[in-house]
Design a protein. Sequence first.
Length: 135
Amino acid sequence: MKFLKLILIIPLIFVLTGCTMEKGIILFNKEPISRQNIVNDAKTFKIGQKVYYIFISQKKIDSEFIRVQIFKMTDLAPWGGNDVLRTKDVRLMKNEGYYHTDYFIFHEKGRYVMQVFSHNDFTRPLAVNDFFVTE
């Protein structure tokens, strides 16, 4: 039943947020993701605050695992660059073939980018989104 409700909410997310996606989307929130707040996409968080996220795939993921990767954009390189901070491989349960939700905590301010890959292809992410951590 929860899965059916989630599938019905997905088109609503794209209509209300104006998002388009090819393979998937990542939404961030300051509170644990629920049906009531799933469309309250946040982009700015405080240092030490939990950054809740949900990755939603347009099609059922054909891999048993996904890789969630977070990197921080840096200005230390003369033309820009990034530092990979976290990489987490997640096993999807049978009822999670279309989504994954969790959270991270960041202790440095900056611009961060999250991308999600299928274990079948690490060259093209299923979804990419960015957020900011401030003081």
